[in-house]
Write a protein that binds this ligand. Structure first.
Ligand code: M6R
Length: 603
């Protein structure tokens, strides 16, 4: 996830671009850059810097770059490490065209090969650079005309801004899959990945839809569909102020990040598909044993992953807290694989445990969100989650994305090992593709979940129960609640409740039962009965149309139906919202809870 901005108008472009990039920094901050066309020499001036926007600002401090048209980009690396070469804007061979891109060009390897055969030299490892060269290669008459040809070649998701010294008064923008808005000003216009980036200058916007191409000059905006027909666009007038807008209208980053999950799941599926590490799956196929090591929420993702890997790839898996695994007597041979899961890729416990195992001869894989992070460099292989920066300390969107990567890994290895039939693989994959819209449906219940939260916000303790693949979801629900609301909560396998925790249950104890209609449903119902018999308050997470559970529960939060194996991707969403609302209603510092840090780099 990157941020893009473009300006054409009567102001100096550089300050506008830098201001916009600052507002877009949440989308990525491993490098940034700008490209401006100087009127004096009609040349493209491109400046880039590794690091945050402030580092780019410092670099530009003493440079006088004049020009009234330009592009800016803040990068969250997907293809290629965070380096100057990989930073945007990218420029075409003869330095007449500059582009910024947000998204993933899935067929870039093929396009790159074709361009290289024509003599184009690539300076970066990015997928994006192909767009700059394609524009030069296919250039005909003007940028707009060329954009239709380029769009016809690109596969994947993209929002692209293009400028050229051949038309120093025009920005062309193309959108498919990644967000892009056009800000409308007086004698000036803007493009941006989101509204807040230019809210300082205008409150009137055109939101581009997939498959639209726009030509933007300082006093005119034209939008076309891919067939070249002019599209009449409505103007959206917004009345937010900048601080609200940064959170896209949500009160906290955590709430915003919970709501980003449909997009994150889709992006992670396409990211996984476009960057399959075939060497990795070949090696995993031959693994005799897998250890998954992680901390906190990432550990819970690992517990779900164990079910999938054992079921679909038939490899025994042990999941351990990284801080425990490191000091265990590990049984490692050359067929042992250690998978470290970490959003940040910087968690010391996970990194060091993985490095120790690597030293002892294990093959290692990191499942990481932050590109270029330590774990991604230290592991033999890396698979990414495509979430963009997660700002709230409580992990939400990165958890669902980790699940997606673990599931797809299990399926891929199962298929390669021939222990998972192709038709079963395809069936699960199709159900996975439907998950984002099912999450959307759950998010529509936000108000109901807030009402339920209000009812239970003063409880002193909570119990979360689940069975089998939904047991780790009970653990995750309890971690979410305690870390942001400071209410004591425990997650338990529902069948274990009778062996101790049942003693805690009385009329003051809310018990959250994760009970979708799967193979363990009847057993969960019996456990819920046990809670009811002791006057506990039952909040069930159940499959829609389940009337039976209604009679046994004080409150039910329904989730859409899916196949048994995929329920964790849905059942966790109401638990995230429940914790979020309880903490927000209690007035806690949701995004930065006490005593915690987003990244824990100490043992
Ligand atoms: O960056 P990591 O995934 O390695 O972080 C691991 C834990 O510190 C993290 O999941 C933590 O438990 C979160 N605050 C949970 O919401």
């Amino acid at each position: 996830m990157c941020g893009i901005i473009g300006y054409v108008g009567e102001r100096q472009a550089v300050p506008v671009l830098l201001y916009g990039l600052q507002r877009l920094e949440y989308r990525g901050y491993d490098s940034a850059g700008i490209a401006v066309i100087t009127p004096a020499s009609n040349r493209l001036i491109v400046e880039k810097q590794v690091g945050k926007i402030k580092d780019l600002q410092e670099k530009l401090w003493n440079k006088k770059i004049e020009g009234h048209i330009g592009l800016g980009h803040s990068r969250w690396a997907t293809h290629g490490a965070p380096t100057i070469e990989n930073a945007h804007p990218h420029t075409s061979k003869s330095e007449i065209i500059s582009i910024v891109h947000n998204g993933i060009i899935e067929n870039y390897i093929e396009l790159k090969k074709q361009l290289e055969e024509k003599g184009y030299k690539f300076k970066s490892q990015t997928d994006s650079e192909v767009i700059a060269h394609l524009f030069e290669d296919l250039y005909e008459e003007n940028l707009l005309k060329t954009a239709f040809k380029v769009a016809g070649k690109l596969e994947g998701a993209y929002a692209v801004g293009i400028i050229s010294t051949k038309e120093p008064d025009t920005i062309v923008a193309i959108k498919k899959g990644s967000p892009l808005v056009i800000g409308l000003g007086k004698n000036e216009n803007f493009i941006a990945s989101d509204i807040p980036a230019v809210l300082e200058y205008t409150k009137d916007f055109i939101v581009l839809e997939d498959g639209e191409i726009a030509k933007i000059t300082k006093d005119k905006v034209e939008v076309y569909d891919l067939k070249g027909n002019k599209v009449k666009k409505e103007i959206l007038h917004v009345n937010w102020d900048v601080s609200v807008a940064e959170k896209a209208g949500f009160k906290h980053f955590m709430e915003k990040e919970i709501h980003e999950q449909p997009r994150v799941v889709s992006d992670t599926i396409s990211g996984f598909t476009s960057s399959k590490e075939s060497g990795l799956f070949e090696e995993l196929k031959n693994a005799s044993r897998i250890y998954i090591i992680a901390c906190g929420t990432s550990f819970h993702a690992g517990l779900v992953g164990k079910f999938w890997i054992e079921k679909f790839a038939k490899i025994p898996v042990e999941v351990d807290y990284a801080s425990e695994y490191r000091y265990r007597d590990k049984i490692i041979d050359d067929k042992t694989f250690v998978i470290g899961i970490s959003q940040s890729g910087e968690t010391a416990d996970t990194r060091f445990a993985l490095l120790d195992a690597k030293k002892e001869g294990a093959k290692t894989l990191g499942i990481v969100n932050v590109v270029g992070s330590s774990l991604s460099r230290e592991a033999d292989y890396t698979l990414y989650t495509y979430c963009g920066p997660e700002i709230g300390v409580a992990a939400t969107k990165t958890f669902t994305a980790q699940l997606v990567v673990l599931l797809l890994t299990a399926l891929e290895v199962g298929l390669k090992k021939k222990v998972l039939p192709q038709d079963k693989y395809e069936d699960i994959y199709q159900h996975l593709l439907a998950i984002p819209s099912k999450i959307e449906k759950i998010l529509l219940k936000n108000k109901t979940i807030k009402e339920i939260s209000y009812k239970y916000m003063n409880a002193k303790d909570f119990l979360f129960l689940g069975r089998n693949i939904n047991y780790p979801i009970a653990l995750e629900g309890s971690l979410k609640l305690k870390e942001i609301s400071y209410i004591h909560a425990e997650g338990y396998p529902a069948g274990e409740m009778k062996h101790g925790p049942i003693a805690l249950i009385d009329e003051n104890m809310p018990v959250v039962a994760v009970a979708p209609k799967d193979n363990f449903y009847e057993k969960m119902i019996s456990n819920i009965q046990e809670v009811k018999a002791r006057k506990g308050k039952v909040i069930s997470v159940a499959t829609e149309n389940d009337e039976q559970i209604k009679d046994l529960s004080n409150n039910v939060i329904y989730i859409p139906k899916t196949i048994n194996e995929l329920y964790p991707l849905l059942s966790v969403i109401p638990l995230q919202l429940l914790s979020y609302h309880i903490a927000a209603l209690l007035g806690k510092d949701v995004d930065q809870p006490r005593n915690l840090a987003k990244t824990v780099t100490v043992e």
